[in-house]
Design a protein around this ligand. Structure first.
Ligand SMILES: Nc1nc2c(c(=O)[nH]1)N[C@H]1C(S)=C(S)[C@@H](COP(=O)(O)OP(=O)(O)OC[C@H]3O[C@@H](n4cnc5c(=O)[nH]c(N)nc54)[C@H](O)[C@@H]3O)O[C@H]1N2
Ligand SMILES: Nc1nc2c(c(=O)[nH]1)N[C@H]1C(S)=C(S)[C@@H](COP(=O)(O)OP(=O)(O)OC[C@H]3O[C@@H](n4cnc5c(=O)[nH]c(N)nc54)[C@H](O)[C@@H]3O)O[C@H]1N2
Ligand SMILES: [Mo]
Length: 767
């Protein structure tokens, strides 16, 4: 077997089915806790169980169904491991050695079970009591000249209850510095939707998929990242409606799906398609593709057909005429060149759109992590508006969120630009002034740390050191802090890139039983469809020293602020008390403690769905953008040569963001390897490389910083010429901090200009 074949064999099966079942079993056995975990899995997304920490896709309420998927099962297993990372572990390994290990190795070591403080003299983490840890945090925070010298990160697994408490603590302390994972994720969706339809959330519910005539799926890979969505898409195809997929890669997991819950299908090893059309635009080419579909529609309209929903346009939109002019003025040449699609492909898709009475557009990171993401999402809204596809059954905008409660965290006020109304509500309720100045998001936080302006960094979950761009610069910035604090379930890179002082605070996860003074507690989360529901753990925690996130936040708050403006520790005796505060200050949460008793949860509502537009003109704003001249920012464009390529960084099937469960990427045919680059065979030939060869990748960016990763193996793949793909987080050293979306400031993780060269050595790799 050649070197190449040993890690790359194209996958021929469907998504889901036996392949998924086999993999779930393997991961169960690997967790050292198989029996305990089967019990846990059966409680996933059940009325008396916990919300799956895997993704933010929603469910129809149906207690008869087993409701987890392969990747949800991996997430649950991973958290429910029996292995411990305790004081003995840290006594054995110093931080410098741990930092030479892979992300996979770090998390595999098990659950963090004791609070630890870094000792820079011994280079080891040592135990610290909870009280001393809180006192240390308070000392640092109180010593800062201004509360704006600290940053408080949130990752989207945090529950509504802890997110609310955290934002209250941080605002009472005096800052809006809330960088969060959303800044790297769906920020462009929030920004574009608020500035067009007046609300930064999707307008559809899961039931709308039962009525849609067509679903357009842009830039997402649900087979891996939202597997339960495949079930929904398949049902759409089954009832004869259309699903058109736009993805730069031919994703196996988006072609056919075998439903593990359908015995006949499993026994006969059959599968069903999850799309009726698959288009492979170039990286960043979706806005052009959508503009092309709009242009075809407008051309037919101008030729005398009645295709535009004029009553909707006239009653509900503003700026539509300017948009029509832009559509007419955009040339087919530019559309075809930028989208990489043929005109007849675009026209075919446009005709599907025109023939459908109700259309949903879904999207994820293939849309949001570009320089022109906000403009692209505005274009999606415009496209939907052409035929009144917002606020009617079976139609609407559906940004498919990533982390299981990232949407809820925003609803709870994790936002560096809080609304006036929210701050006013907090001031009235807590009778104290709230900080009014906008705070820092992720990219600006890193800049401020690098400039020595942010001195204390606290992370409520996540893995800031690995998930963020420009790894070398970011890690240097973190090291300049006086104190870094990570509230985490598992060991990761962010624990090893420390400030002068550093703490690891071990917390309970979604699957763990959370006991407080008034008994076992539940928390709540919000899915992509604005459904809020309760979640309660079912596993006995591994250690008494693991504390709940609300308890940890209350401890930090009380040590820093005393019992002001609330009695923090009394709030965490019973999370119902936190929910009462939420009900008092956030719209649509009235009667919260009762509403969460509803099986399946309750719907928060969405103004745009009701065609009520919370914009200054009280209409949906149609933004008329030109197509970008080039999808890259100028600093990259200036450096392009004939041999340059555009890289997108994505997830394998065996990872959850920076958490690496294994080294396979089943649907893409990769085994036991992560350092691969997917490339068009014609490009491999044109650039004089060969399949399986090791290459180094260097970023093209107009500054004097060298950004390189080494020894990535070339895999021939069905991807447009000029485009390549590789896994994140290994490729984060290549993303320049200054390369971010217009308006969204989201790192352009899906469009990085790079140059490839043959590797010189097989060992010398920069991370
Ligand atoms: N198992 C698992 N589940 C997850 C996660 C995980 O890591 N593992 N992460 C969670 C999180 S936080 C998120 S945000 C979501 C992410 O979910 P996705 O957005 O599906 O994640 P990515 O792997 O980044 O995939 C991006 C997809 O977009 C395509 N793409 C890239 N650029 C373009 C483009 O310009 N145009 C088009 N049309 N397509 C493009 C890629 O080929 C790829 O299929 O998943 C969530 N769920
Ligand atoms: N190049 C590139 N970079 C990207 C992306 C990309 O596509 N390409 N995607 C971006 C996206 S979409 C996102 S959302 C971010 C993700 O960024 P983050 O959310 O910061 O990263 P994660 O990898 O999800 O965080 C994993 C860690 O969270 C901790 N953890 C897990 N569960 C819990 C819990 O219940 N409580 C607490 N307190 N901690 C917990 C564990 O210690 C684990 O190590 O990365 C972004 N970065
Ligand atoms: Mo995300």
């Amino acid at each position: 077997m050649s070197k190449k074949d040993s890690y790359f064999t194209p996958y021929s099966g469907p998504a889901g089915g036996w392949g998924a079942l086999k993999s779930t079993t393997e991961h169960l056995l690997k967790s050292d806790n198989a029996v305990r975990n089967v019990h846990t899995l059966l409680k996933t997304n059940q009325p008396n169980g916990f919300d799956c920490p895997g993704c933010a896709w929603g469910e129809k309420h149906d207690p008869s169904k087993i409701r987890f998927c392969e990747n949800g099962a991996k997430a649950v297993n991973w958290e429910a491991t029996g292995r411990k990372v305790d004081a003995d572990f840290f006594a054995q390994y110093d931080v410098s050695w741990l930092n030479t290990q892979s992300d996979y190795f770090l998390e595999y070591q098990g659950r963090l079970t004791e609070p630890m403080r870094y000792n820079s003299e011994t280079d080891h983490y040592e135990t610290i009591s909870w009280d001393d840890a809180f006192a240390l945090i308070a000392k640092h925070l109180k010593a800062l000249p201004s509360p704006d010298d600290a940053a408080f990160y949130t990752s989207g697994r945090a529950s509504n209850e802890v997110a609310y408490l955290y934002q209250l603590f941080v605002r009472a302390y005096g800052t809006n510095n809330f960088p969060d994972c959303s800044n790297m994720c769906h920020e462009a969706s929030g920004y574009a939707l608020i500035s067009s339809i007046g609300i930064g959330k999707g307008t559809v519910t899961i039931e709308d998929f039962e009525e849609a005539d067509a679903v357009f799926v842009f830039g997402q890979n649900p087979g891996t990242n939202h597997p339960r969505m495949l079930d929904t898409l398949r049902e759409v195809v089954d009832r004869g409606a259309q699903v058109l997929t736009f993805n730069t890669l031919k994703e196996r997991g988006l072609e056919r799906f075998q439903n593990p819950q359908k015995p006949v299908e499993m026994m006969t090893n059959s599968s069903k398609p999850v799309n009726t059309g698959y288009f492979t635009p170039k990286i960043g080419g979706d806005m052009a593709a959508i503009r092309g579909m709009a242009k075809h529609l407008v051309e037919r309209q101008d030729a005398g057909e009645a295709l535009i929903d004029w009553p909707f346009v006239e009653q509900h939109t503003q700026g539509f005429d300017d948009y029509l002019e832009k559509v007419r003025a955009t040339s087919w040449e530019q559309i075809i060149d930028q989208s990489g699609l043929k005109r007849d492909e675009i026209e075919h898709a446009a005709n599907v759109y025109i023939n459908a009475n109700s259309v949903i557009c879904t999207w994820a990171m293939g849309i949001t992590q570009h320089h022109h993401s906000v403009a692209t999402i505005h274009e999606i809204v415009n496209f939907l508006s052409l035929r009144g596809n917002i606020g009617k059954p079976g139609a609407g905008a559906c940004p498919v969120r990533g982390h299981s409660n990232v949407q809820g965290d925003r609803t709870m006020g994790i936002n560096e630009h809080p609304s006036e109304a929210f701050l006013n509500a907090l001031e009235t309720r807590f009778k104290m002034p709230m900080p009014r100045q906008s705070g820092l998001a992720v990219v600006d936080t890193i800049r401020a740390m690098g400039e020595g302006k942010i001195k204390v960094f606290i992370g409520l979950g996540g893995n800031f050191a690995a998930a963020t761009p420009d790894t070398a610069a970011t890690q240097k910035a973190l090291e300049q802090c006086d104190l870094t604090v990570q509230i985490s379930t598992k060991l990761n890179r962010s624990h090893l890139i420390t400030g002068k002082d550093a703490l690891i605070l071990p917390c309970l996860g979604r699957t763990d039983i959370d006991r407080q003074v008034n008994g076992e507690q539940q928390v709540t989360v919000e899915d992509s469809f604005s459904m809020v529901h309760a979640s309660g753990g079912v596993m006995e925690p591994l250690s008494e020293q693991q504390k709940s996130e609300p308890w940890i936040v209350a401890g930090m708050a009380e040590a820093t602020l005393g019992k002001h403006p609330v009695d923090w520790m009394s709030l965490v005796e019973d999370y119902g008390r936190i929910r009462e505060l939420i009900a008092d200050t956030i719209p649509n949460f009235d009667n919260f403690n009762n509403k969460i008793k509803t099986p399946g949860g309750f719907y928060l509502g969405n103004s745009a769905r009701d065609r009520a537009w919370s914009t200054p003109s009280k209409k949906a704003l149609i933004h008329a953008h030109d197509l970008p001249e080039n999808i890259l920012p100028a600093q990259a464009r200036n450096k392009l040569t004939e041999t340059s390529l555009i890289l997108q960084t994505l997830r394998s099937h065996d990872q959850y963001n920076t958490t690496i469960y294994g080294l396979n990427d089943r649907y893409r045919g990769i085994k036991n390897e992560r350092d691969v680059v997917f490339m068009n065979p014609a490009d491999i030939k044109r650039l004089g490389f060969s399949e399986g060869q090791s290459v180094d990748m260097a970023t093209l960016w107009d500054d004097d910083q060298e950004r390189v990763v080494r020894n990535f193996k070339l895999v021939p793949y069905d991807i447009p010429a000029g485009n390549i793909a590789a896994y994140y987080p290994e490729t984060n050293p290549l993303v320049p901090l200054d390369s971010h979306g217009e308006f969204s400031n989201t790192p352009t993780s899906k469009s990085i200009a790079v140059e490839l060269t043959a590797s010189k050595s097989d060992t010398d790799r920069i991370r």
